[in-house]
Design a protein around this ligand. Structure first.
Ligand code: MLT
Length: 418
């Protein structure tokens, strides 16, 4: 019999969002009469923008002609999309990115899960806590996380940087130097964004300590306030120490279509065992050309349409739509007496559970008593205990309905389960 990778056996239960989906399915079977409002997983609900649909149709029709048909594409992505990204996402912010440093993929989740393959097993990983579970779980699978402490909800080999109301959800620099630091900004799940000065501290720290920053900018389109960097490359020195991950899912509705990209500047390096510095870009290229055959041509044409003037307007409308939900949720929860964070530069609202309830109990209460699905904060890490996440990606109608249900349930500052 084949021997399995023992590291998989260390992973607790199932993936957070799969676990929640099972619980919701079980509840639905037991209570088919309840109309469930899903504000759990950050999945978009608005249809794809019309310019994306038009580009898809056109690209599909091309496939029916001998001249237009495409077989295997470049594993790194087509030049038309890499150039559109450099021009559309970076140049307007004064950041010059070489299209050759951009690697197109089928989404940020895979890229973020796969990138750790480039690091030695002994590399020390630091994550903000709470955190998008993919960063931790993919390092567990690679044998880099040590052992899981059930009681603490943490891994012995991972450095956790707590983000709670007490520090304004802004992580402190690590007390002990890690090799790799994952930063997601604006943050999933807390909805926090960092100012330019705060992010510069991380870049400076990484430069001074030879760390690598894996910067997840999937929610960049949701930034509303001035003074918040949209890309880590807006900061001085970041090209030496940071790899940036982006997604078409959250701004342009590609959660089903699938497209994202990674920027691996030529200048980002790490060390080999004998101390030589090695550029990461050729390694990522090697990995992608070996294990990946590229994002479909028609999807890349659809992504390209996002950068047309019409596409930009449509994406902006979708983002505005979701940010209206974020405002509705923020005010709805505040009026109900809850302590609320995030939702200003991000499509996630992070709240303190009422009455000192733990995150999973609050999940059960919302589901069983109000028919609302959210995400327990502790599912994102130990510092998420006592917090809860709601997403702004629902429809206006469902979001407003959820807030009515919460308002009608009573004043939550004095609320007890019952
Ligand atoms: C989330 O709900 O945190 C996200 O949808 C997860 C993802 O983007 O994979």
């Amino acid at each position: 019999m084949a021997r399995i990778n023992e590291e998989y056996l260390k992973l607790p239960g199932s993936y957070l969002f799969a676990d929640i989906a099972h619980k919701v399915e079980a509840f639905k079977r037991a209570h088919p009469e309840t109309e469930i409002i899903r504000l759990g997983i950050g999945d978009v609900t608005r249809p794809l923008p019309p310019s994306v649909i038009a580009a898809l149709h056109k690209a599909v029709d091309e496939q029916a002609t001998p001249e237009g048909f495409r077989g295997y594409g470049p594993e790194q992505g087509y030049a038309f999309l890499r150039e559109a990204i450099a021009e559309g996402d970076f140049a307007p912010r004064g950041v010059e990115i070489d299209p050759a440093d951009i690697f197109i993929s089928d989404g940020a989740k895979g890229d973020l899960g796969n990138f750790q393959e480039l690091f030695g097993r002994e590399s020390v990983i630091a994550v903000t806590d709470p955190v998008y579970p993919v960063y931790v779980d993919s390092n567990v699978m690679a044998g880099r996380a040590g052992t899981f402490d059930e009681k603490a909800g943490s891994w012995s080999g991972i450095v956790y940087l707590p983000c709670t109301a007490e520090n304004g959800f802004i992580p402190s620099l690590p007390a002990k130097r890690p090799d790799v630091i994952y930063l997601c900004l604006p943050n999933n799940p807390t909805g926090t964004a960092l100012s330019r000065a705060d992010l510069q501290r991380w870049v400076d720290y990484a430069r001074a300590n030879e760390c690598l920053i894996l910067f997840d900018a999937a929610y960049e389109a949701y930034i509303r306030e001035e003074g918040i960097p949209h890309s880590i490359y807006e900061l001085e020195g970041a090209r030496e120490v940071a790899v940036e991950f982006r997604s078409f899912s959250k701004p342009a509705g590609f959660t089903g279509l699938r497209c994202g990209y990674v920027v691996v500047p030529e200048t980002v390096r790490a060390r080999s065992a004998e101390g030589r510095t090695v550029a990461l870009k050729p390694l990522w290229n090697r990995r992608q050309t070996t294990k990946y055959n590229g994002c479909p041509y028609i999807v890349q044409r659809a992504a390209e349409a996002v950068y047309t003037p019409q596409g930009r307007r449509e994406v902006r409308e979708n983002v505005d739509y979701y940010m209206e939900n974020a405002a509705t949720i923020r005010s709805g929860l505040q009026e109900a007496g809850l302590e609320v964070y995030g939702g200003v530069n991000a499509p996630y609202i992070w709240l303190k559970t009422p009455g000192g309830m733990d995150s999973w109990t609050f999940f059960e209460v919302l589901l069983h008593e109000l028919g609302i699905v959210g995400t327990p904060g502790v599912g994102f890490g130990p510092s998420g205990e006592g917090y809860f996440r709601l997403t702004a990606f629902g429809s206006h109608e469902n979001t407003a309905k959820a807030m009515r249900r919460i308002a009608e349930a009573g004043h939550w500052s004095t609320w007890k389960k019952g």
